[in-house]
Write a protein that binds this ligand. Structure first.
Ligand SMILES: Cc1cc2nc3c(=O)[nH]c(=O)nc-3n(C[C@H](O)[C@H](O)[C@H](O)COP(=O)(O)OP(=O)(O)OC[C@H]3O[C@@H](n4cnc5c(N)ncnc54)[C@H](O)[C@@H]3O)c2cc1C
Length: 449
């Protein structure tokens, strides 16, 4: 059987390579790091998380929780790595980022069917007959961006994401912080910094007037709502943060008689609990300004910033024009696009599209037609959404229950979502059984019995 080429060893490329290899297909996996780094990656490890260490909620009534279950059913390497590297985070799944990426790297390096090539790919001949998965991500190298532009005949859309700062635990004033999870969900895994109205007002004033990095000429100021810089959100109004990511509800600081005006949450960033990231604080402020402004948060007066918030280019394709819901390019059968490049947004979504692209590249190479996932599954619904022909102005999209057909269920919103989720998992299990998806899915059928 001919081998398959996978370009990019991030979340999507790692999943794609793993699934192909497990299906018995030889893979050449190209990764340009550590020789050529992106502005956000800091190691040569495969599957590195570039920002938050959270893979979001585990609850089935949450779309991210449902997607995780779907990925587990499909034999996800990323989910396996997340289990192995899990750190406490209430009802969310958060990981030690180094252990997580090390797990993925070791699995792929040690797989007899994976040939890892540490090299930047700068060309792609669509007529060379090699089935290919392109998973070079939102920070695709410049030269390869031009290749993709030429290949798809369309335009890349550029916009910016922002990453939150990380502070060291031993630089925090614990006497002003308290442990707790909002609404008491799960264990008390977040550190919380409560603010009085006066403290909030001072912080807000400093935030909205702080100096920001200037955007370069070709960069457009289009922020994806889910990852909007904190200063942009704050500039919408004095209380936007207090009603949004800093809302004080569900959190009671010990020794306070009333409710705080706002609460900043800090999430555990590594297993040793020596690092914390500021939840919702993606930012484009200059580094000195980040120190000045964020040290106005009670408990962070002497905070040491081990990583500053930064902003990055984010490249993705105009999927409705060029992509099928199978992840295959409409005009180039045999070339699959996976990860954030395909118009999905998020760690899980990118990984899931790597699974789908890997499975379908495996089918293509065996002379079988690629498949789309059923639209009753949350990932099938997302792929259908992003590749919907004729759709204009695609913005990268998360999974959500809003994408799924409704399900009849008695009770409130949660019951309806649970009914949708149960249907999704039932439909997916049947679909995987009915299709010849090779040892990955067959292994899971055996596990389930
Ligand atoms: C700054 C930033 C912060 C983000 N924060 C979050 C977050 O907190 N939570 C979340 O859910 N999502 C976040 N995202 C969105 C998205 O989930 C991640 O970017 C995710 O890593 C995308 O997965 P991917 O596999 O598509 O790309 P990546 O994981 O970036 O993998 C692409 C890989 O391709 C390699 N590569 C690039 N060009 C070439 C080439 N020419 N040849 C060979 N190799 C190449 C890169 O080195 C990289 O390893 C963020 C995105 C950015 C840019």
């Amino acid at each position: 059987m001919p081998k398959v080429r996978v370009i990019g060893g991030g979340l999507a490329g790692s999943e794609a390579a793993w699934h192909l290899a497990e299906l018995g297909v030889d893979v050449d996996l190209y990764e340009m790091r550590p020789h050529n780094m992106t502005p956000a990656h800091s190691t040569g490890l495969l599957g590195e998380l570039v920002c938050s260490n959270s893979l979001k909620s585990e609850e089935l009534s949450n779309a991210a929780g449902l997607l995780k279950e779907e990925m587990r059913l499909m034999g996800s390497l990323v989910m396996e790595a997340a289990e192995a590297a899990r750190v406490p985070a209430g009802s969310a799944l958060a990981v030690d980022r180094h252990e997580f990426a090390r797990f993925i790297t070791e699995r792929l390096e040690n797989h007899p069917r994976v040939n890892l090539i540490r090299q930047e790919v700068t060309q792609l001949n669509p007529n060379d007959g090699l089935v290919t998965v392109v998973a070079t991500g939102p920070l695709t190298s410049k030269s390869f961006s031009s290749v993709l532009q030429e290949l798809t005949g369309g335009e890349h859309l550029y916009f910016y994401d922002a990453a939150a700062p990380i502070v060291s635990a031993d630089s925090l004033d614990m006497s002003k912080l308290f442990w707790g999870s909002r609404y008491g969900k799960g264990d008390a895994d977040y550190l919380n910094a409560p603010m009085t109205e006066e403290e909030y007002e001072r912080f807000w004033q400093a935030l909205v007037t702080a100096e920001r990095h200037e955007l370069k000429e070709f960069e457009r100021e289009v922020f994806f709502e889910g990852c909007m810089p904190v200063e942009v959100l704050a500039s919408r109004g004095r209380d936007t943060l207090a009603f949004g990511p800093l809302k004080p509800v569900g959190l009671t600081p010990p020794g306070w008689s009333g409710r705080p005006y706002a609460v900043v949450q800090l999430r555990i960033d590594n297993r040793e609990r020596t690092l914390f990231n500021l939840v919702g604080f993606q930012t484009n402020l200059k580094w000195g300004e980040q120190e000045r402004v964020f040290r106005l948060i009670p408990g962070l007066e002497r905070a040491e910033f081990v990583r500053y918030g930064v902003m990055h280019r984010n490249v993705y394709l105009n999927a409705p024009a060029v992509l099928r819901s199978t992840c295959e390019l409409r005009d180039h059968p045999g070339i699959f696009i996976a990860g954030q490049l395909s118009g999905v947004e998020g760690y899980l979504e990118s990984s899931a599209s790597g699974i789908l692209a890997g499975m379908n590249a495996g089918r293509r190479v065996r002379g079988l037609e690629p498949f789309s996932l059923p639209e009753e599954t949350v990932f099938g619904a997302l792929m259908s959404y992003v590749s919907y022909e004729g759709k204009e102005n695609l913005q990268p999209m998360h999974v959500s229950f809003g994408l799924l057909p409704s399900a009849a269920a008695k009770g409130g919103k949660k019951q309806k979502r649970l009914a949708q989720a149960e249907r999704s998992l039932r439909v997916l299990a049947t679909f995987l059984n009915e299709h010849d998806l090779g040892p990955v899915s067959r292994g899971h059928e055996e596990d389930d019995r």
